[in-house]
Design a protein around this ligand. Structure first.
Ligand code: EPU
Length: 437
């Protein structure tokens, strides 16, 4: 049963100039963690509970994909006092390792089925993963890592078919700390025969969250949070299902900080984990933001006007590429000129035309954006090109004079849990409008 998001593809988010913002927003769990935690439930039979699960479309799609291979998944609202929803996942052991094309094609995280299914069942048949279009998003490192452990793949324009006897522990060295490749090799290695060492592993907090859940299940993993993960494989039959709380979403947290930065005011971003956002908070501080940080969240205060800084995206602990559209939106109204360099996805500047429609002065030169801050943005009709860019347009629209209408909000729904309700609660003038049918 899905609680459903009650959305339609034609919905539009309408925002009017807002601010100063005030009050508290409670940030739920991270999309880029929960989707992988759901895939981890393929590894051992039994009933799992995930808590602090964001109410987002990608969770619905991932649940449908996992149901199609044999898991039973139910979603229920979280009890009072908690955020998000609960997911109950039952793995009866009756799994068919064939992922339907039409579901796998819709989200990037579908690739996360490859490691656990190959590791446990020795076979996988899956479409090439979908997700946001930032240009080419190859999975060569995933496949090479699993090949080093004994898997064989046939790839075509349609998808991947993989086979193996029991995988064998290996030394896997990544050219680049890929999030997805690290997760896939990790989830295969926990049930492989022997020791796997992953060098140049990605260190994102969401990967540590996955490692922590796997460890609770009985997996043997050392080096959590570092660039070297050492995994000693165990028999799947020795693993236990668990209850696990999803780590807070650092990109949703940054979104509300960006909103107050652009609209002015002081807000409390409850549950935001400052330790997971170190470099981003440093750049925000350089831009003039003031933070009061404690164990339960971050209180963020905006300056009279943001100051321009240069920002480069990098793998964690660097400034994540997922923050970048927010940063470009903030710089578009800051004092001075900021250069934003994208080092992960060369194609991730597609939202710049939309910000220009609001009056932003941005030039693209290769993988750099030169953002000359203007004093005012003006409302316009724009379209969300992907999840994070859509959120950045919402935030920019709140700071623009007049009305901004953001279309294609289904992109935002993929990763944001009730952004409209949360920003409204902070005093923003924002609504979701459903066209007459
Ligand atoms: N890459 C390769 N070969 C590979 C794997 C990656 O060349 O085998 C390249 C990619 O093309 C890209 C770079 O390495 O240029 C980074 O890719 P990575 O594998 O680290 O990213 P991902 O696992 O595909 C996840 C998030 C993205 C986030 C990136 C980077 C999920 C479902 N997606 O993608 O999140 O941008 O890590 O942090 O976890 C989003 O949430 O909006 C989003 C796009």
């Amino acid at each position: 049963m899905s609680i459903g998001l009650n959305q339609r593809e034609g919905d539009v988010i309408v925002v009017a100039q807002s601010g100063p913002l005030a009050g508290e927003v409670v940030v739920p769990g991270a999309k880029n963690s929960v989707l992988k935690l759901m895939a981890a439930a393929l590894l051992a039979d039994g009933r799992y509970t995930l808590t602090n699960v964001p109410v987002i479309e990608d969770v619905v799609i991932m649940a449908d994909l996992l149901r199609a291979v044999g898991l039973e998944i139910t979603m229920s609202p979280a009890p009072a006092g908690e955020t998000g929803q609960h997911l109950s996942i039952y793995n009866s052991g009756a799994i068919t390792p064939v992922a339907p094309f039409e579901l796998a094609d819709r989200i990037r995280a579908s690739v996360n089925l490859v490691g656990p299914l190959l590791g446990r069942f020795g076979t996988i048949d899956i479409a090439l993963p979908g997700g946001d279009d930032f240009g080419g998003r190859p999975i060569d490192m995933h496949l090479r890592g699993l090949e080093a452990m004994g898997a064989e793949f046939e790839t075509s324009s349609e998808g991947i078919v993989g086979r193996c006897a029991r995988l064998v522990g290996a030394e896997v060295v990544f050219d680049f700390p890929s999030v997805g490749a690290t997760e896939n090799v990790l989830m295969a290695a926990v049930v492989a025969d022997g020791v796997t060492t992953i060098r140049n592993a990605a260190r994102e907090p969401e990967i540590a969250d996955l490692c922590n859940m796997l460890r609770k299940m009985g997996c043997r993993i050392d080096g959590i949070g570092t660039a070297t993960l050492t995994i000693t494989g165990v028999a799947p039959s020795s693993l236990q299902p668990v209850t696990h709380e999803v780590v807070t979403d650092r990109v949703q947290s940054a979104t509300y900080i960006a909103a107050v930065g652009m609209c002015g005011g002081t807000i409390r971003v409850a549950r935001a984990n400052a330790q997971h956002m170190g470099m981003m908070l440093t750049r925000f501080t350089d831009m003039g933001m003031i933070f009061d940080i404690d164990d339960e969240g971050i209180t963020a205060t905006a300056p009279d006007r943001l100051i321009s800084v240069d920002v480069s995206t990098l793998p964690y602990p660097g400034v994540a590429t997922d923050y970048k559209p927010l940063v470009v939106a903030m710089l578009s109204m800051a004092h001075g000129v900021g250069i934003v360099t994208e080092n992960l996805y060369p194609g991730r500047f597609r939202y710049v035309d939309e910000l220009r429609a609001l009056g932003a002065n941005i030039e693209i030169d290769g993988h750099h954006a030169v953002v000359r801050g203007v004093e005012h943005l003006t409302g316009a009709t724009v379209v969300a090109p992907d999840i994070r860019a859509g959120a950045a347009l919402v935030v920019a629209g709140l700071a623009a004079s007049g009305i901004t209408e953001i279309g294609d909000v289904f992109h935002i729904d993929r990763g944001y849990d009730d952004i409209v309700g949360r920003l409204s609660a902070l005093g923003a003038s924002i609504s979701r409008v459903r066209p007459e049918s």
